[in-house]
Design a binder for this molecule. Structure first.
Ligand code: COI
Length: 334
């Protein structure tokens, strides 16, 4: 049995070595490159591939894998919105993800972003760099004075809720699928409009689907409280960047914490030397603002997460190759 892995980073190598040691019956080969039409043939002779990338998995790459007889794909991350399921169906491919590698990694990142915005840390940092050690005017706000609206009560949203409650925030939540525990706590509001109306801070923890793309648009923002903070550690396409910029310009939105951005692949994952050199004018606009905290889709990036991403994805791929149906299966034609 052979598995070929794409996009393997140096920080994943130790976990990959451990997996190989525990699975001597599996031959594993890998590249640091992502899956593209130019690299797809590298997997020739393999029974499955393990991969991770934020760019689309294009049909041409899948076609090449299919021509090589490769039908088993395992991603090392949660979100599979960069796959077109029609392509997977046409090629009769199976896909697994890693639904729970570390909800804490992302939830912590979101909660830290909230704290940094509430305590105006970017402004304080600039003052510090200029030798300004005074208090005013950077007075902060406390978590316990905030109503935080958590949109999405899956694994990540629920950990974020626990953390926020630990900090003393009042939490309200919205999800089309209700979780029993969150229901018991009485945290659900009936509609997004209600959440928008009541929340001082809104944090997004939903997957991207065809139904919720650009859900945070001009209309949604107009329904929010004046001075709202918006946090997005989920998917960039959940927020209309134009609407966000307009909301920040008008002061309707007091600040934003963004680990993901619409069109983030234009800028993330590369070294630009300076924000001045960012080629995407909208992303540059956001990056230049003192009340916007931006991180390059690295909320997931912890040692725990990396370990689990490797182990669970490779186990899943091995299961697929052996004809088993792992509980990480997200697509199979039959
Ligand atoms: C995910 O797990 O879906 C993420 O957003 C993390 C990233 C490595 C793609």
């Amino acid at each position: 049995m052979k598995i070929f892995a794409y996009g393997i980073r140096d920080d994943e190598e130790p976990s990959l070595r451990n997996w190989k040691k525990a699975n001597p019956d599996v031959e594993v080969d890998h590249t640091d490159q992502t899956l593209t039409p130019a690299t797809a043939k590298l997997a020739a002779g393999s029974d499955g591939i393990v991969t991770l990338q934020t760019t689309p998995y294009d049909r041409e790459s899948l076609q090449i894998l299919n021509d090589e007889g490769i039908k088993n794909i395992s991603i090392r991350n949660v979100g599979y919105d960069n796959f077109n399921f029609d392509d997977l169906a046409d090629f009769d491919m199976k896909l697994t993800n890693v639904p729970v590698y570390s909800p804490n990694a992302i939830a912590e990142h979101a909660v830290l972003m909230i704290g940094r915005l509430l305590r105006r840390i970017p402004e304080v940092d600039v003052k510090f760099d200029n030798g300004d050690f005074t208090w005013a005017p950077t007075v902060g706000k406390e978590y316990r004075e905030q109503t935080v609206g958590v949109i999405g009560t899956g694994h990540i949203g629920r950990v974020a809720i626990q953390m926020l409650q630990g900090m003393g925030s009042k939490v309200i939540a919205y999800d089309v699928f209700h979780n029993e525990d969150i229901e018991k706590q009485g945290l659900y509001v009936d509609s997004l409009e209600e959440l928008y109306k009541e929340a001082d801070v809104i944090t997004l923890h939903v997957p991207l689907t065809s139904d919720n793309a650009y859900m945070i648009d001009e209309k949604a923002i107009s329904q929010m409280k004046d001075g709202v903070y918006i946090i997005n550690c989920a998917r960039g396409e959940l927020i209309s960047t134009d609407a966000l910029i307009a909301g920040l310009d008008s002061g309707k939105i007091a600040g934003a914490g963004l680990d993901v951005l619409d069109h983030e692949n234009n800028v993330f994952g590369k070294k630009w030397g300076s924000i001045d050199n960012l080629p995407d004018p909208k992303i540059k606009n956001l990056a230049e603002r003192i009340n916007v905290i931006m991180t390059p889709h690295n909320a997931f990036y912890t040692e725990t997460a990396i370990r689990n991403m490797i182990e669970i994805s490779f186990n899943s791929n091995k299961d697929l190759i052996e004809g088993k149906i792992p509980d990480t299966l997200v697509y199979s034609k039959k």
